[in-house]
Design a protein around this ligand. Structure first.
Ligand SMILES: Cc1cc2nc3c(=O)[nH]c(=O)nc-3n(C[C@H](O)[C@H](O)[C@H](O)COP(=O)(O)OP(=O)(O)OC[C@H]3O[C@@H](n4cnc5c(N)ncnc54)[C@H](O)[C@@H]3O)c2cc1C
Length: 393
């Protein structure tokens, strides 16, 4: 006979946002079960996946508070001092820096696998969190006072609240009957680390060029993360090149800005699809991370919003616990949904607008984006708003 495990929260998905959620609840003395699809060894030692995550000040504060930041070595943290946005061969850039804000950096770049590893170490030391690996959710049943979850390893868990953190194509979101807007940008993103001869001075560059969009993210030393947005066929062709031809092609595409470039990591390709769930909650279930909002990475907000979202959820749920004695009460979940929608909806729409405007190559779009960049650079309130998204804690 299967014994039923009783807990406060089940988190489906032990990725970065799921683990942050588990830690936030556990710190409040609540019992959490995390169900993760990966095998334990892969989860504990995630491989480099090409993603370098630009972390805001608020994200670093949250990672510090939940006890994960201290597991990231300083050599793995690259400061970001300035960001430049350029279009075509138009030389005047839109610049974001820290002048007048009383901080030294706009944010920090840390590799995704390093963040995942730090969170997994912090979770492994947390006695309120149980982890089930190589498991999927097989069955989800909502009752007025609890939710019953059965995983593919046969565990049956009864919880006050289920949190789906299983990524942008979240099977749990689908199982709960929540639809999502999926915006296919019909492009892919090739990412890898490149060493170069000229120093980047810790300046990030986003360059919307005709036929390609390139981001160069400054890492410690003479190394940058290359993000190359092209059609699927073009990026796959680039992957077939020899190392020498690849280096030559990237140096050419980057316009020699950082001198000769050499690939120093594996390459990874991601499809560009934005996802926004129709709802963030249903009875005793909430969506966080990419399961709720999967952003186009162009504005580097996906994980940052995921961390903010789980913080908002935990606050709303704790309010419910105090007011109603029930952490899964619908009033708290609705409050979370409203608050998180207010933060994410304008960013999702704005990011999709930027991604569309800046990746179309027809002549009117080229002129419009040059004009927009010029206007944005002269518009102080706009620059202040974008900068405060990065540096507000
Ligand atoms: C190239 C690139 C660059 C990016 N750069 C930035 C950036 O600069 N700044 C930023 O903020 N964000 C960035 N992002 C976005 C960021 O990587 C994501 O927002 C973040 O990883 C989302 O975390 P998550 O935990 O919600 O989902 P995921 O990272 O997708 O984790 C989901 C977890 O759930 C598990 N899982 C899936 N299905 C199931 C299931 N059925 N049952 C159990 N477990 C399951 C998976 O194994 C995984 O561990 C970038 C993304 C890309 C692709």
């Amino acid at each position: 006979m299967v014994s039923v495990i009783q807990t406060d929260v089940v988190v489906v998905g032990g990725g970065p946002v799921g683990l942050a959620t588990a830690l936030s609840f556990a710190r409040e003395g609540l019992r959490v079960v995390v169900i993760e699809r990966l095998a334990q060894a892969d989860w504990e030692n995630p491989a480099f996946d090409g993603r370098e995550i630009a972390l805001t000040h608020s994200s670093v504060r949250i990672l510090q508070e939940i006890g994960a930041w201290s597991f990231i070595e300083s050599a793995e943290i690259s400061p970001l001092r300035e960001a430049r946005v350029e279009t075509g061969d138009f030389l005047r850039a839109l610049r974001f820096d820290t002048q007048g804000y009383g901080v030294e950096v706009l944010g920090w770049l840390v590799a995704n696998h390093v963040i995942r590893r730090a969170l997994s170490v912090a979770v492994s030391q947390q006695k309120n969190v149980s982890l089930f690996f190589q498991a999927d959710v097989d069955f989800l049943h909502f009752e007025p006072t609890y939710t019953l979850v059965r995983d593919s390893s046969g565990h049956e868990i009864r919880a006050s609240l289920v949190v789906a953190a299983d990524g942008r194509f979240s099977p749990t979101r689908q199982r709960a009957g929540i639809g999502a807007i999926v915006h296919d940008f019909k492009k892919t993103m090739l990412v890898c680390r490149m060493a170069h001869d000229i120093h980047h001075n810790n300046v990030a560059l986003q360059w919307f060029d005709k036929g390609q969009t390139i981001a160069l993210l400054p890492l410690n030393g003479m190394v940058s993360s290359l993000v190359l947005m092209l059609s699927e066929a073009e990026n796959h062709h680039i992957l077939t090149l020899s190392q020498e031809a690849f280096n030559h092609e990237i140096t050419r595409r980057v316009g020699g800005r950082l001198g000769a470039m050499r690939r120093v990591s594996t390459c990874h390709i991601y499809p560009l699809k934005g996802v926004y769930a129709h709802r963030f909650v249903t009875q005793r279930l909430a969506l966080v991370g990419d399961a709720a909002v999967g952003m186009h990475p162009i504005t580097a907000h996906g994980f940052n919003l995921g961390l903010k979202g789980q913080e908002t959820l935990v606050r709303a749920v704790l309010e419910s616990l105090t007011e109603k004695g029930d952490m899964g009460a619908k009033e708290g979940l609705r409050r979370f949904e409203q608050r998180h929608r207010r933060v994410t909806a304008p960013l999702f729409a704005g990011t999709n607008g930027i991604a569309t405007l800046y990746t179309r190559d027809e002549t009117p779009f080229c002129y419009i984006r040059q004009a927009c960049l010029q206007l944005a650079d002269k518009t102080n309130p706009f620059k202040k708003r974008v900068t405060s998204l990065l540096i507000d804690r």
